[in-house]
Design a protein around this ligand. Structure first.
Ligand SMILES: Nc1ncnc2c1ncn2[C@@H]1O[C@H](COP(=O)(O)OP(=O)(O)OP(=O)(O)O)[C@@H](O)[C@H]1O
Length: 267
């Protein structure tokens, strides 16, 4: 559990976007997206190029919105917004996690805690707890360059959660994890989602089915579905017409995308 706080929560949704536009280079990669996310674990699905990473970058304050409205943890992302207020309470695992190879795991996680302005006396214990939560306590003193790809991903997760964020953004977090680690990771996600807003971008629909309460499905920069997993399954317009896919969620995903492409509409 996170330490008790008496700070009131002054917002209904950790993320609120209305007609959000985000540009990636010259491309309008997020194009009129509406989104409202509160506490819990939310899955972000969509094909390659749908705009998921671009959306994540805007939600993590790395990119500025190019239009529409975006509110993070109750703070409107206006041009003069104080981003430090939001960043202290954010965790972000980018799709490509960069690190200094000579840092040890502990040094790296402590460094991120410092960047996020965790009080100095809490940095050591916070880093230790985050490293334990991702199952790397026995490698805490090892240099980053000696870790496997899956372990590096787990350190990326540790740095994202070291400040007990209220808003946690994970871009393809399970890439490179072995099956046992994926199962542990899903447990960790459910735990984190009990008191934070967690958005997980993934191509693995089984991760979504196992740990997410609801799903946002993106296509061409827009949301074509937002709702519960049951809602996703029920919204499958091709359920009776033999849509391809190995699981019910995959079939619903494929059918909804095809339907959205056929109508050319976002939700
Ligand atoms: N720096 C950039 N310059 C120009 N276009 C870009 C840039 N970054 C992304 N794009 C384009 O923006 C669109 C959305 O890309 P984005 O990376 O957000 O998609 P994604 O849903 O995360 O895809 P994937 O599942 O493959 O990671 C794509 O058409 C991509 O080619």
């Amino acid at each position: 559990m996170r330490p008790t706080t008496f700070e009131p929560t002054a917002f209904a949704f950790a993320v609120r976007a209305e007609s959000l536009v985000v540009n990636a280079g010259r491309r309008r990669a997020v194009d009129g997206l509406d989104l409202a996310l509160g506490t819990g674990v939310h899955g972000l699905l969509g094909p390659n190029g749908a705009g998921k990473t671009t959306l994540m970058r805007a939600l993590s304050t790395v990119s500025r919105p190019g239009g529409g409205a975006l509110e993070l943890l109750g703070v409107p992302m206006s041009p003069d917004a104080d981003l430090a207020v939001v960043r202290r309470r954010l965790g972000y695992l980018p799709q490509h996690f960069g690190f200094h190879p000579r840092f040890t795991v502990r040094e790296l996680v402590e460094y991120f805690a410092w960047l996020k302005e965790v009080p100095s006396q809490r940095i050591g214990p916070a880093a230790q707890r985050a490293i334990e939560r991702v199952g790397l306590a026995d490698r805490a003193g090892d240099k980053m360059k000696t870790l496997s790809g899956g372990m590096v991903r787990r350190v990326g997760m540790a740095q994202a959660i070291v400040n007990d964020p209220d808003l946690l953004l994970l871009d393809e977090p399970t890439t490179g994890l072995d099956p046992e680690q994926r199962v542990s990771f899903r447990e960790l996600l459910r735990d984190l989602g009990s008191d934070a807003c967690v958005l997980v971008s993934t191509h693995l629909v089984e991760d979504v089915a196992a740990s997410c309460e609801d799903v946002v499905l993106m296509e061409s920069g827009r949301s074509v579905f937002a709702g519960s997993l049951d809602g996703l399954l029920a919204a499958d317009p091709g359920a009776s017409s033999g849509t391809v896919g190995d699981s019910a969620v995959e079939r619903a995903y494929t059918a909804l995308l095809r339907s959205a492409r056929a109508t050319g509409e976002g939700a």
